[in-house]
Design a protein around this ligand. Structure first.
Ligand code: BGC
Length: 381
């Protein structure tokens, strides 16, 4: 319960936001060739460039390939393009480290902070400290419930969940009473709640009508992929080895689940969802082991955060408000947070090419001996 975020608010305001967002997407579209997963920053790492300092803290490495593979290089590039000097660190799932990194950045004189927190409480504590020093804070990807940050940049996360629910239903097709296991994200990550809420808009009516049968739904602390796999295995064996569909909240969890399915000779026979359009997830889709993923073009997220940071570093809140034209509701803090909410895309085997065409993942990262035939058929090269 609790995290009813975005549902109504942002959708109503989307029309108003369209103009600003269009601009943003147009800008995002331009730089896509050079984006790549592991892009080097223009100035090279450690290059202080003389710009205004901005501190960025990412939450984990192991929960998803996105943080180090996409967010870090893309934020670095986008912040430098705004003339800023980024210090980008990863808290490795450790709240204490998150807090210590923030203290270091605050005392080193950063002018803006961008944080993707492990938990709302940890993120809020950092934002309070920064704001006490007059440093504006942007919540990046994950909203800190009950927080004090000035802006929020993310995707429409309920929509991400709805796409996962739709993908699952589409993949299962007509199989009355098909059995579903749900492996969800971290209970401390508001996004995991939003993904779940979005999934349930599609799945709950099916569970209620008996079209689908829910075996069990389980949240996974810190999105730990390995724990996700062992948890799934316990549920599967507890259900006599029967499952038709698995809601895996992201590609990392999906990968661990596919490993377990393979152990029981079930991979390729069970519909598995995902998220993040990682190289591993896309390759699993091409092999037929995973049914879908959700593509969130992180370059757009990084560029929106960088534009906001650039404006805030100059104290230009009017310009920042011109970027963050949407709002999300923080039900815990009982406030609306000015936001940028980008559009996620459903990807199945037929549309994997959209992700390679966008330059987000290279064909060479997903086309291998096992997937070569699919790559050929789909024109992925
Ligand atoms: C992000 C997902 C990611 C997950 C685990 C969520 O907050 O939105 O993209 O897969 O965290 O890192």
């Amino acid at each position: 319960m609790g995290a009813r975020n975005t549902g109504r608010g942002p959708r109503l305001r989307r029309a108003v936001a369209a103009a600003g967002l269009g601009l943003l997407l147009a800008v995002a579209g331009c730089g896509q060739n050079s984006a790549g997963g592991g892009g080097e920053s223009a100035g090279g790492s450690g290059d202080s460039g003389g710009g205004v300092k901005v501190g960025v803290i990412l939450p984990e490495t192991d929960s998803s390939a996105r943080w180090e593979g996409f967010d870090k290089p893309m934020l670095d590039k986008a912040l430098r393009a705004e003339g800023m000097d980024p210090d980008i660190q990863n808290a490795q799932g450790d709240e204490q480290k998150f807090s210590t990194l923030a203290d270091g950045m605050i005392s080193s004189g950063v002018k803006v902070m961008i944080i993707a927190s492990i938990s709302s409480d940890g993120g809020t504590a950092v934002a309070q400290k920064a704001k006490a020093q007059g440093i504006p804070v942007i919540d990046y990807d994950r909203l800190n419930l009950g927080g004090v940050s000035d802006y929020y940049v993310s995707f429409d996360n309920e929509k991400v969940g709805a796409l996962q629910g739709e993908g699952l239903v589409q993949g299962i097709g007509d199989k009355p009473g098909a059995q579903v296991i749900e492996i969800e994200g971290a209970p401390t990550d508001n996004n995991a709640t939003l993904f779940y809420n979005g999934q349930q808009t599609v799945l709950k009516p099916k569970y209620e009508s008996g079209a689908l049968k829910l075996v069990q739904s389980q949240k996974i602390d810190k999105w730990d992929n390995q724990v996700g796999g062992t948890t799934f295995e316990q549920i599967l064996t507890g259900n006599g080895g029967k499952v038709d569909g698995v809601v895996a909240a992201n590609d990392g969890l999906a990968g661990a689940i596919v490993t377990v399915l393979a152990k029981y000779g079930l991979n390729g026979k069970v519909v598995v969802t995902g998220q993040d359009a990682t190289a591993d997830g896309l390759a699993a889709i091409l092999r037929g082991d995973q049914y879908m993923t959700v593509f969130k073009p992180i370059e757009q997220e990084a560029e929106a955060a960088a534009k906001l940071a650039g404006a805030l570093a100059k104290g230009d809140t009017a310009a920042a408000d011109g970027v963050a034209t949407q709002t999300v509701e923080d039900p815990k803090g009982n406030r609306d947070v000015k936001s940028v909410l980008l559009e996620p895309q459903l990807i199945t085997k037929d549309s994997v090419k959209k992700v390679t065409d966008a330059g987000y993942v290279k064909a060479s990262e997903i086309c291998n001996a096992e997937t070569q035939a699919a790559c050929g058929q789909l024109g992925i090269k």
